[in-house]
Write a protein that binds this ligand. Structure first.
Ligand code: SAH
Length: 350
């Protein structure tokens, strides 16, 4: 009896590189087929190669045997009344990640993950409770965008991307940047770089790399405290970095990009939400033309933190506004479907 054939390993078509172009050339097909296939993948919302009806049948069959479009499956799909939808995606190795579609007027924003878990250990965040498992591949990052796009009717397009899901994006830049390049490609999702925000805990060498290579992204730095002892308590990686270094790197990015920076500040009741904390944040910002994005803590089951009271939240915001700081309060969206990063994964697993 002949030995059993090993199952053919199929390549993920969403991974970068020119494997698709090389394969198309190998088939004796014209190069413009690559564009046509990419248009199907990113704009045509084809769920399979069979759906790509304007390609010759033989080419479709060849693609089917050589490539995979999907390596993830939808383990859970939650919808909130405000139009927010959240997907729990299961990866090929059984790991799970989350991504969210937010509807706000004309905006169709997606919030995507960059890693399974997170190594930063921010004490109030559900994503980092078990540390980091692995980086997401470029294809897995793109798949989140496509899965979320498929939730929209054909008349609507994704307009904004925020990399604020699970993981620290600046710890996985090598895989994230090609995925964001595909998102911008006119044959990809055609989302302009200005509409893409990368949120970071604040890793200076990686911020400098982004400033050197790709300063067009909107950068959001998660500050959460304006003095080192408190920030180190909330954001443990701060211990070896320090706020001064984070601010200096943020300033260098601002110089390179010319785009207003955002600083995120999660308000934890009784921890970092007093008027004194607001004053110390005002001093730290020192007149920088930055936006402060205040995020009321989204309670995570089993964690000791509290949401800020309405009174302390108002006093904190008033103090910043009176000092001329640009402030935005992140509106709660999809709270009932546990849309805050890392929460659904834990609940679904537990
Ligand atoms: N690692 C990156 C991006 C992912 S987190 C970063 O630190 O910025 C995106 C934002 O959500 C961060 O500002 C993070 O501190 C915040 N966040 C995490 N858990 C939260 C919670 N339970 N409630 C409110 N904001 C939270």
């Amino acid at each position: 009896m002949p030995a059993a054939q090993p199952s053919m390993q199929t390549a993920h078509i969403l991974e970068p590189g020119d494997i698709l172009a090389a394969w198309v050339a190998d088939q004796g097909q014209p190069a413009w087929r690559v564009k046509a296939i990419r248009r199907w993948l990113f704009g045509g919302r084809a769920a399979s190669f069979t759906d790509m009806t304007d390609l010759p049948k033989g080419l479709r069959a060849g693609l089917e045997g050589t490539f995979r479009i999907w390596t993830t499956s939808i383990a859970r799909h939650n919808r909130a009344d405000d139009g927010t939808e959240k997907l729990l995606l299961e990866l090929h190795d059984g790991q799970r990640i989350e991504c969210v579609l937010l509807r706000d007027g004309e905006r169709r924003t997606v919030c995507i993950s960059s890693q399974v878990g997170c190594a930063m250990g921010c004490v109030f965040c559900a994503s980092g409770i078990d540390g980091v498992v692995r980086n997401l591949s470029t294809g897995e990052i793109i798949e989140q965008l496509l899965r979320l796009q498929q939730l929209l009717p054909p008349t609507e397009r994704l307009s904004h991307i925020v990399v604020m899901g699970m993981g620290e994006p600046l710890a996985n830049l090598d895989r994230l940047l090609p995925a964001l390049a595909a998102a911008q490609d006119p044959d990809g999702l055609g989302i302009s770089q200005r509409r893409i925000t990368i949120s970071t805990v604040g890793l200076p060498p990686a911020i400098d790399r982004l400033a050197a290579e790709n300063p067009g992204y909107h950068l959001a730095v998660s500050l959460h405290a304006a003095d080192d002892p408190l920030r180190t308590r909330l954001v443990p990686v701060n211990k070896s970095i320090g706020i001064a270094e984070v601010m200096a790197a943020a300033d260098r990015y601002w110089e390179a990009s010319g785009r207003r920076l955002t600083f995120e500040y999660v308000l934890l009741g009784g921890v970092n939400d007093s008027e004194e904390h607001a004053r110390s944040l005002i001093r730290l910002l020192g007149g920088r033309a930055a936006l402060v994005n205040v995020i009321p803590y989204n309670a995570v089951a089993g964690m000791p933190w509290r949401e800020p009271s309405q009174g302390s939240r108002d006093r904190f915001l008033d103090a910043l506004r009176e000092a001329g700081v640009n402030v935005q309060v992140r509106r709660r969206k999809g709270a009932r479907i546990d849309a805050a990063c890392g929460q659904l994964r834990r609940i679904a697993a537990g």
